[in-house]
Ligand binder design. Structure first.
Ligand code: DAT
Ligand code: MG
Length: 142
């Protein structure tokens, strides 16, 4: 069964959108197999967004994602990696259609309320950054 990593960003938490966003994901049929609220430390933010290092928006991206608590989760379901990206809508909420999460809840690219892994490799990498095997319900070795 496919898994992906998702995160409600600080502005989504601050605006009280946790329930609305998670409700959509559960209504779709995706299963939440791990969930936590945390304030992301700068080192973890840098690892999570390593692909964007050096881009003009990188410093602001790190400042923003570490600015307040996020809700990080692992979702499971058939086709969940691409399916979540479809539910999120495009990166820039101005391009996102009504009915998508970014289309319904966001206005600007630097505050687009939700993250979702963009590929199987990203999903595996990001899940491992945020969750231990034990937190994923997997057997612990030793
Ligand atoms: P996505 O979050 O849709 O996977 P991404 O990986 O290209 O998009 O970028 C990561 C985040 O960086 C994105 O959610 C918001 C921010 N970002 C991307 N492009 C940006 C830009 N041109 N200006 C400001 N922030 C940007
Ligand atoms: Mg991305």
């Amino acid at each position: 069964m496919e898994r992906t990593f998702s995160m409600i960003k600080p502005e989504g938490v601050a605006r009280g959108l946790i329930g609305a966003i998670i409700g959509r994901l559960e209504n779709k049929g995706y299963r939440i197999i791990a969930l936590k609220m945390l304030r992301i430390p700068p080192e973890l933010a840098a690892k999570h967004y390593a692909e964007h290092e050096g881009k003009p928006f990188y410093q602001e991206l790190i400042r923003h994602i570490t600015s307040g608590p996020v809700v990080a989760m692992v979702l499971e379901g058939p086709g969940v990696i691409a399916g979540l990206r479809q539910m999120m809508g495009p990166t820039n909420p101005r391009d996102a259609a009504p009915g998508t999460i970014r289309g319904d809840y966001a206005l600007e690219v630097d505050a687009n309320v939700i993250h979702g892994s963009d590929s199987p490799a990203s999903a595996a990498r990001e899940i491992a950054l945020f969750f231990t095997p034990g937190e994923l319900g997997e057997a612990m070795v030793g």
